[in-house]
Design a protein around this ligand. Structure first.
Ligand SMILES: NC(=O)c1ccc[n+]([C@@H]2O[C@H](COP(=O)([O-])OP(=O)(O)OC[C@H]3O[C@@H](n4cnc5c(N)ncnc54)[C@H](O)[C@@H]3O)[C@@H](O)[C@H]2O)c1
Ligand SMILES: O=C(O)CC[C@@H](O)C(=O)O
Length: 530
């Protein structure tokens, strides 16, 4: 039974599929402190949050069973992604569910700041009928600057056009082609700041976007500009903005987000007559909260059940067609990695992965993660390595990963080979997927074989001499070890050779020592593949 903790207020309807899943129990405990979360998180397989819970490294470290943190929303700045990757926890978000809602809130803010709605409301309900102080401006024929033309920025631009506005958009990933399609003009931040009547920001908060609108930009800003931030606090320098409003450069501002949330009681925005605020309500509609909760719950279920999932933030996205192409190779890759790690002595220095045939044509990074997981699991423990942290753990340990691709795959449609170089030796194994038969190891250190990579195996290196197979069989039989399958591989008759046995139960150290004492037998290793 999987246990899911919901630590922020999240739509009941949205998490219904989790609540109803036969293999899941859901606990709703909003408002817990970090200490309280640390105390209980060890029991849970998944954590669902909105933006209030700060998912810190301490919480991740204490989450020994934690497989996934699901963010019902877009921004993951309340989740320590570095720590999540380090502890092998998948972080997913729901990037699409609140786009329209946040776009509409942005528009509500643009209209409110253009027509002084909150100020006029406050005065009217206080009993003052003031029709002179709230002269507004039209949106028609005004220039709207949009910084960040992603999901929300693009929707805002679309609606602004319906109001007869001219749009200047800035986004490092925006092409002329797409701008043309959206009917906007591409512009630099500087051009927007100098020419726009309204400006709205829709970027994430990153080192690059922090204070991207600050003192320098206010100095050259078109006087009378109105500014909206429904993205993240900190994209616009708050103190510089207050100064610009006081100096008359900015006519008004509308903020849904703050550098620190909630803002301190004496925050200058809260008492400023020309700055209107909402308490991070951009995504707060019935529809959006249901959408994001449904999206994230669905992905959490997939992850808990080891099914393909999407929207992982700390792993590169895998396009659906690539995922279905690679999926069948994951088990082969992981087993090959684990096999090679078990037969190679010494601390790992380099993993070389070779992809040939059709696999050489595609992005194989997701498969490499499984192979590296297989290698590192042997050394670090299976519970500590997964596809999220495998590459990170390798890098942290200075394990070099080399990828070779070749379009020609001799004898097989696809071949995956893994070489492991340690301080002591370098060994290699290659495998393929046989249609109708599943994963096979087809080569070990230049010796052709045909081994199903599962269960208990014994790998023997020996001299290709008559009688050796009989001696091995007799010794194992005497020790009550039943041989299920046997594969012998050699390059030249009479030369060195290998034998791979599948046995019904593991051979202990004493039996392996007895094997090595047989004449013409050079080494014997036990391998377990689950
Ligand atoms: N107020 C709310 O409740 C609320 C709700 C949803 C989203 N958000 C926030 O809104 C923002 C946008 O969300 P989205 O779903 O549109 O994200 P998105 O990823 O679709 O779009 C963000 C865009 O910003 C662009 N960008 C990145 N760095 C930039 C830079 N230096 N200059 C200009 N553009 C840059 C990216 O290229 C991308 O196109 C995020 O910060 C998100 O967290 C807030
Ligand atoms: O959960 C919320 O209401 C905030 C959502 C929003 O900031 C987001 O990034 O998705």
């Amino acid at each position: 039974m999987f246990k899911v903790l919901v630590s922020d207020p999240i739509s009941d309807l949205g998490i219904q599929q989790l609540v109803e899943a036969a293999d899941v129990t859901v606990d709703k405990k909003p408002g817990l402190s970090e200490d309280e979360l640390v105390a209980i998180i060890g029991d849970y397989d998944a954590l669902l949050v909105r933006s209030q819970t700060r998912v810190t490294p301490r919480i991740m470290e204490a989450g020994k069973k934690l497989k996934v943190v699901g963010r019902a929303g877009v921004g993951v700045d309340n989740i320590d992604l570095g720590a999540a990757t380090q502890y092998g926890i998948i972080v997913i978000n729901a990037p699409d569910g609140n786009t329209i809602t946040t776009c509409e809130h942005t528009f509500a803010m643009i209209m409110a700041v253009a027509r002084h709605i909150p100020q006029a409301y406050a005065k009217t309900v206080s009993g003052v009928w003031d029709r002179k102080s709230f002269l507004g401006v039209e949106l028609r024929n005004k220039v709207l600057g949009v910084l960040g033309m992603g999901r929300i920025g693009s929707e805002v631009a679309l609606r602004a056009k319906a109001f007869g506005m001219e749009i200047l958009g800035y986004d490092p990933f925006m092409t002329e082609e797409r701008a043309e399609k959206l009917g906007i003009k591409l512009a630099s931040v500087d051009e927007i700041v100098r020419n726009a009547d309204f400006m709205t920001v829709h970027t994430p908060l990153t080192a690059e976007t922090r204070h991207m609108i600050g003192k320098k930009q206010f100095e050259v800003m078109k006087p009378g500009m109105r500014i909206v931030n429904c993205a993240r606090g900190g994209i616009i320098d708050e103190l510089a903005l207050v100064e610009a409003v006081d100096n008359g450069i900015v006519a008004g501002a509308a903020f849904d987000v703050f550098e620190v949330e909630p803002p301190a009681a004496d925050h200058p925005f809260l008492s400023h007559p020309k700055i209107i605020v909402t308490p991070h309500l951009g995504a707060s509609t019935v529809e959006a909260q249901e959408n994001v909760a449904i999206d994230v719950s669905e992905q959490v279920l997939h992850i808990l059940r080891d099914e393909p999932f999407s929207n992982a933030v700390n792993m590169p996205p895998i396009p659906a067609n690539l995922a279905s192409q690679l999926q069948p190779y994951y088990a082969l890759g992981e087993k090959l990695g684990n096999f090679i790690a078990q037969i190679t002595d010494g601390p790992v220095q380099e993993i070389t992965v070779g992809y040939s045939g059709e696999l050489a044509e595609v992005d194989t990074q997701p498969l490499t993660r499984y192979i590296v997981k297989g290698v590192l699991s042997h050394h670090l423990g299976a519970e500590n390595v997964n596809v999220v942290n495998s590459l990170h753990l390798a890098k942290e340990r200075d394990v070099n990963i080399v990828i070779n691709k070749s379009h020609a795959a001799k004898d097989f449609t696809n071949l995956v080979s893994v070489s492991l170089r340690t301080k002591k030796e370098e060994r290699n194994a290659a495998g393929t997927l046989l249609t109708g038969y599943g994963p096979r190891i087809v080569q070990i250190d230049k010796f052709p074989v045909d081994v199903t990579p599962e269960g208990n195996l014994i790998l023997i290196s020996h001299n290709d001499k008559p009688g050796i197979i009989g001696r091995v069989g007799t010794l194992l039989g005497t020790n009550d070890v039943n041989i299920a399958t046997m594969q012998v591989g050699r390059q030249l008759a009479g030369g060195s050779a290998i034998m791979v046995l599948t046995v019904d139960k593991g051979a202990d150290k004493a039996i392996l020592e007895q094997l090595v004492s047989l004449s013409d037998l050079n080494s014997a290793k036990e391998i377990t593949l689950n």
